[in-house]
Each structure stands twice: as C-alpha cells, then as structure tokens.
Design a protein around this ligand. Structure first.
Ligand SMILES: [Zn+2]
Length: 260
C-alpha cells in the first residue's frame, strides 16, 4: 500500500516540464547520478577501448582544450551543475556520444577522419548540447520507461545499467532534439574562436565522400545530413557568428598525431 502511494507522489515531485514543453521525469541531480553510474559501468565493462589519461596526456590535453573552450563559452546552462568529463575511445568509429549529466565520449576514428578542429568542436558542441539540454534522459525515458530507469538510480537494476552503458553510442534521439543539438552547437561555438557552423563541416564531408571512408555510425543516429547542413548555416546567419575556419590547423594535426 505504501509503495503504491509512494510512486505517484514521487512522480509529482519529479515531473517537470522544460521551457520547450518536453516532459522530463528526471531531476538535474538524477541526470548527474545517472551519468556517474554509466561512466563507472563503461569503465568496468571492458566493452569500450577507453584510453587512459595517464598513458595519453598529450591527446587529452588537446581534447580538454577543445572541450573547455566550448564549456566556457558562457552558453552552457548546466556548466556548474554537472561534473563534465571527456574520454577517448580508441576505435575506428565515426562517432561521439554523451551521457546524462555531462560525460562525453569521442572515438579516435572520428578525430582522425575530420580535417579541422572546427569540425570536431562542432560535433563536441552537439554532444554537449544533448547533455546540457537533457536530451539523453528524454531519449532513455522514451526507450526504457521512467520506472526502469528509476530502478537503476536506486541501485536496483544492474543488468539494465549494463545494457544501457553498452548501447549508449547508438541511442536514438528525437528529430527535434537532434535539430536543437545542432542549433545549440552553433550558439556555443558562436562565443568561441571556432567556426560556429563547425558541425556542418562533419556532415558536408560525409556527404562529399559518401560512406566510403568507413561506417558512418554518427549518421545512423543522426539522420538527414542535407537538411541539417542548411539548418546549421541558417542558424549561423541568425546568430551572425563567424563561419571562417579558425586558425589552428597545426594544433589539430598534433592532436591527430598524438593518438595511437
Ligand atoms: Zn545527436
């Protein structure tokens, strides 16, 4: 009986609407807690070939420089609430992903594939936006239901945590959230040294080359590259931010060369 009463009450407390009217059943604290749990699971599962910070200090110094530039753009809403961290995965995969609460994962395949730091910053901005706008918990709630996710946060469903940690790279976001992440990437980068339409560069390169350069995993979770390139440039126009390539090509080459 108590349990029956407890759950609806809990729902009322936790149910909140963001300003766009999306339902998000999680509190900001729960996003954070969830991110820590997924991070721990990713580290212990051995399913991802994580690169350690101690073994690759140079690669991480570049990745941190780019990530911190975006985080410190003044546009990241949960900059102080989330414990932002970024990790490298050494696999030939064209992808990056984010957990709720600000844990970011970037594949070395993506860094080697891209040609400029602007392009990588664009993709990083997109992933930071998924965490910051709390799309990740929206998407997970749609896929698994709130109650099952709550069990994870309460430490009662270790198996599901394992499943989620193992499949986070292919988590499906709604189109609306994808567009919002693209646009938010422009807003973040608009306040940095980077070409604010950097995210478009990634899609443009993929369209140009088809999928011959490898399996474009990012496209399976991030569809409609044509429309998205246009939308990103429209947003850049609207924001009146620079779409010039930033002058740091040698740094980006150093970054690529520091990877295994
Ligand atoms: Zn996305």
């Amino acid at each position: 009986m108590l349990k029956k009463l407890f759950f609806p009450l809990l729902l009322i407390f936790l149910l909140s609407c963001d300003k766009d009217g999306d339902l998000n059943f999680f509190s900001v604290e729960q996003d954070k807690e969830f991110g820590e749990q997924v991070k721990t699971e990713i580290e212990s599962s051995g399913e991802y070939n994580l690169m350690s910070r101690s073994a690759y200090p140079e690669a991480y110094s570049h990745l941190d420089r780019i990530t911190n530039t975006i985080l410190n753009s003044g546009e990241v809403q949960h900059l102080d609430n989330f414990n932002w961290e970024v990790f490298l995965i050494d696999e030939d995969v064209l992808n990056a992903f984010a957990t709720p609460g600000g844990k970011l994962y970037v594949y070395t395949g993506l860094i080697k594939y891209l040609e400029t730091e602007d392009q990588l910053a664009g993709v990083m901005g997109h992933e930071i936006a998924h965490s910051d706008k709390r799309h990740s918990t929206d998407a997970l709630t749609r896929q698994y239901g709130f109650q099952l996710l709550l069990e994870i946060i309460l430490g009662e469903n270790q198996q599901l945590l394992k499943d989620i940690a193992g499949s986070l790279a292919s988590l499906q976001y709604s189109r609306k959230n994808e567009s919002e992440a693209d646009e938010t990437s422009v807003e973040y980068l608009g306040n940095t040294i980077y070409n604010c339409a950097g995210a478009a560069g990634f899609f443009e390169k993929m369209i140009e080359e088809g999928s011959t350069g490898g399996t474009p995993e990012f496209l399976s979770t991030h569809p409609n590259p044509d429309n998205r390139v246009e939308a990103i440039y429209e947003k850049a126009d609207e924001e009146n931010c620079s779409t010039e390539t930033s002058n740091n090509s040698s740094q980006y080459q150093d970054f690529q060369n520091s990877l295994p």
